[in-house]
Ligand binder design. Structure first.
Ligand SMILES: NC(=O)c1ccc[n+]([C@@H]2O[C@H](COP(=O)([O-])OP(=O)(O)OC[C@H]3O[C@@H](n4cnc5c(N)ncnc54)[C@H](OP(=O)(O)O)[C@@H]3O)[C@@H](O)[C@H]2O)c1
Length: 306
């Protein structure tokens, strides 16, 4: 079974239906999916908003990340064996299904310290947090960072990685997420539903990592809490820093990097990174997850279980 989109549109275009089991080609493996991660970009793929960036041919199966067990290997695969547990980002989709094929080189061994299905939460959000903090913000010990929009999937990894690096980590989170985000290591939580960020900060920060899908004007205002010479990194709206603020602004789209996924897995196994799952939803109910996410009702990370 799979959650497949036959036409772009609202959540109702997602059809839960029987599909042929895919066959692994040379260099590929067949994975029995334990879970797929849900990401806000899935809404864009379903609605057709992502066609300019990542074109998808209809019909297509949703799901850009998975955790599962290898049940078949294609020709020339010597990196993994049948029975190995793996995770990976799947840029062509396909994870919202009972089985998916993937290039063996695009996968990493799954962590052993957490349930296999929970590991589906790692690739997309983990890579985005990793690249934002270490490649774009160039975070180090003592960096004072504000993570805006820390209550979601990317925030879960960003807050923990920043805190583990020794950064002074401040996070915005609403009431439903505040305790979780504090548990991830944020030294200060700002309830963005009650206070403007600049009113709650007692000193400027070196870096703002913006994970919230907010209007460009609101995002530009975040530059006001950054010290001259500091930087803003956004994964949602591109932000134009006000002239004269002395702030560098970067927007980026995370790329797949199985080596970095393996580093995240090692941190999970070392007990440094926790993977909190807010909801594990049956694949047949994926349309309801899309509806709730569009209404802003989902907090934290949701996984989809076939
Ligand atoms: N550029 C890239 O490569 C890339 C990669 C991954 C994701 N993204 C995008 O980045 C965003 C975050 O992804 P995600 O997976 O973490 O999403 P998510 O799980 O849906 O989390 C988003 C969180 O933002 C918080 N939020 C909403 N409005 C806010 C506001 N005005 N101020 C501060 N926080 C606010 C909410 O937290 P509370 O529960 O605290 O209210 C919500 O849980 C999405 O828009 C996604 O499409 C981009």
């Amino acid at each position: 079974m799979a959650a497949r989109v036959h036409a772009f549109g609202g959540p109702d275009v997602i059809r839960y239906e029987r599909v042929p089991r895919p066959v692994p080609g040379p260099g590929e493996v067949l994975v029995r999916v334990a879970a797929a991660g849900f990401n806000p970009s899935d809404i864009g793929f379903r609605a057709g908003y992502m066609q300019d960036i990542v074109p998808m041919d209809l019909p297509f199966i949703l799901g850009s990340e998975a955790a599962g067990t290898i049940v078949e290997t294609g020709e020339g695969v010597d990196r993994f064996l049948v029975g190995d547990q793996v995770i990976g980002r799947l840029d062509g989709g396909g994870a919202a299904a009972g089985h998916v094929t993937a290039s063996a080189t695009g996968l990493a061994p799954a962590p052993r310290a957490i349930p296999l299905a929970h590991a589906a939460a790692i690739p997309v959000a983990g890579l985005t947090a990793w690249q934002g903090l270490f490649e774009h913000a160039r975070l180090g010990p003592g960096t004072r960072i504000l993570i805006n929009g820390a209550g979601g999937g990317v925030g879960m990894f960003a807050v923990q990685l920043a805190a583990h690096t020794g950064a002074h980590t401040i996070a915005t989170a609403g009431p439903r997420s505040a305790e979780r985000v504090r548990g991830h290591g944020a030294g200060q939580i700002i309830d963005y539903t009650r206070y403007p960020v600049h009113e709650a900060l007692d000193a400027p920060v070196d870096v703002v990592f913006n994970l919230a899908a907010i209007p460009p004007g609101d995002a530009a205002e975040l530059c006001g809490v950054i010290r001259p010479g500091g930087s803003l990194v956004s994964i949602t709206v591109p932000v134009e820093a006000p002239s004269g603020a002395g702030v560098t602004s970067t927007h980026f789209v995370a790329r797949d990097d199985p080596g970095q996924v393996a580093e995240l897995v090692a941190l999970v196994d070392a007990g440094v990174l926790r993977v909190d799952i807010s909801a594990a939803v049956p694949l047949a109910e994926l349309a309801a997850v899309h509806r709730d996410a569009e209404a802003g009702l989902t907090g934290g990370k949701t996984i989809i279980v076939p």
